[in-house]
Write a new protein. Structure first.
Length: 429
């Protein structure tokens, strides 16, 4: 077992460079299955979810070549099956994009129901509704989603009942090669939706309106190869901004699109951060005391749910009482129990957390229960007095490229420690 050991209480200073966006990469890599020819994808983050997605493509016969650790070339001309490996697919949420891409290109997909972070109920009814509206037969059997069409999919109007990132992207993937113009209404507007549309258009697709709540996909007969660079990760950038706000200090966060961070910047400023925006970087500084504020997570451009745990850590040591309301997921407060071990005073009632700021947190052994919860516990450890040990870090490494190295470079005292797991220990005894 590997854990992070953190000696807290140090201010952060220096520069950190943000990697490519996880949630864009895990949609754009399967989108390469729609491409007739080779496509080169640059700025992919070196994280476990991306590695798994590339393995899933390799496993069905795609030619996947890593040019370097952040660049890959994919050619899907020799796909041997449209059935994805069950165990691999259920390890990540984003494996559901294989359904849209395989169905759109080959008229058939068999993919396990997806896994991913445990955030409460995570249905995919809006995905399957979109595929059915486009003319596919969709069924769930033995843990697999089976989707099939006779010939090309046929364009249709799709109105989503809830704003869903995954369903919006999957509908786009399935509609790219469909016959006619698909209109997706009540679409999600996250930066990665726009990135997927830009990727598809750069390969010859005809997608307009991404970034608004109505997206039009005019079906084309084929899309061809090209080169595309993924946008910087909004949530990774927000996580480092939150770390500086929690610990104090001054850090330049580079390789970002400041506009994507507006919703995060506004709240961190309310909490006491000073943030200066440049063309492709932000300088985050915090010298004064932290202040309470209220937060409600919402689909973009609202405050992102994927920043809720990190923001709650800051509020747990701010002056006064804050209210945090989770507006996207049913259950995203499982990390609160771990934060309490560090001295946080937080009461959760359904979707609301009442956060009573304390003087300071103190280090403790804690467990990451999901990706962003893990990032939040790392921030808590950096801001706390004493030593924090974060276990189950595989969750964190699913989504943060070289987090230990990046934090160390800005003055954090954090290292990875190998510890024998219980099974190895009892064998040795
Ligand atoms: N929903 C439905 N039916 C569906 C799909 C979604 O009811 O068919 C509901 C969900 O239960 C949820 C809401 O709609 O209440 C939004 O879910 P969405 O589909 O937008 O989430 P997702 O696509 O499964 C992606 C990110 C998550 C991020 C959410 C919200 C990926 C791989 N995952 O999930 O990222 O929290 O959007 O922004 O892109 C993370 O990176 O840590 C992470 C969990």
């Amino acid at each position: 077992m590997t854990k992070y050991v953190i000696e807290g209480g140090y201010k952060l200073s220096g520069e950190v460079t943000i990697s490519g966006a996880k949630n864009a990469a895990v949609a754009i890599i399967p989108a390469a299955l729609l491409v007739d020819g080779t496509c080169r994808i640059e700025n992919i983050p070196e994280i476990r979810d991306v590695t798994l997605m590339l393995d899933l493509l390799r496993d069905i016969g795609a030619d996947v070549r890593l040019i370097n650790r952040n660049c890959v070339e994919i050619n899907a001309s020799k796909i041997r099956t449209t059935r994805a490996d069950y165990d691999m697919a259920r390890m990540i949420r984003a494996s559901y994009y294989l359904i849209g891409a395989l169905l759109g290109r080959f008229g058939s997909a068999q993919v396990a129901l997806p896994g991913g972070c445990n955030l409460g109920d995570r249905p995919i009814d809006q995905h399957t509704k979109a595929f059915k509206l486009l003319g596919a037969n969709v069924d769930v059997q033995n843990g697999y989603v089976f989707a099939e069409s006779v010939g090309r999919l046929t364009a249709a109007p799709i109105y989503f009942d809830v704003v869903s990132v995954g369903a919006t992207m999957n509908a786009m993937l399935a509609a790219v090669l469909a016959d006619g113009t698909t209109v997706i209404e009540n679409a999600a507007k996250e930066p990665h939706i726009v990135d997927l549309a830009n990727f598809l258009n750069s390969m010859g697709a005809n997608v307009s309106g991404a970034g608004t709540d109505v997206i039009k996909v005019r079906g084309v007969k084929k899309i061809e190869g090209g080169t595309y660079a993924i946008i910087p990760d909004q949530i990774e950038a927000g996580t480092y901004m939150a770390a500086v706000t929690a610990c104090g200090g001054e850090v330049l966060i580079k390789n970002i699109i400041p506009k994507h961070l507006d919703c995060i910047t506004a709240k961190l400023v309310e909490m006491g951060a000073e943030i200066t925006e440049y063309d492709d970087s932000v300088l985050v500084k915090r010298t004064g005391e932290l202040q309470k504020t209220n937060i409600k997570t919402l689909p973009y451009p609202g405050f992102p749910t994927d920043m809720q745990p990190q923001a709650t850590v800051i509020l747990s040591v701010a002056n006064g009482m804050s209210l945090v309301t989770e507006g996207v997921w049913d259950s995203r407060y499982r990390y609160v129990e771990e934060l309490r071990r560090m001295g946080a005073r937080i009461q959760v009632d359904g979707k609301t957390a009442v956060v009573e700021g304390v003087e300071g947190l103190c280090g403790a052994p804690v467990k990451a229960c999901d990706l962003r919860a893990g990032a939040a516990l790392v921030i808590a450890g950096l801001a706390a007095s004493g030593t924090t040990e974060v276990e189950d870090i595989s969750h964190i490494e699913r989504g943060y490229e070289h987090i230990v190295e990046k934090l160390t470079a800005i003055g954090a005292h954090i290292y990875r420690a190998e510890v024998p797991d219980d099974a190895a220990l009892s064998k040795a005894q």
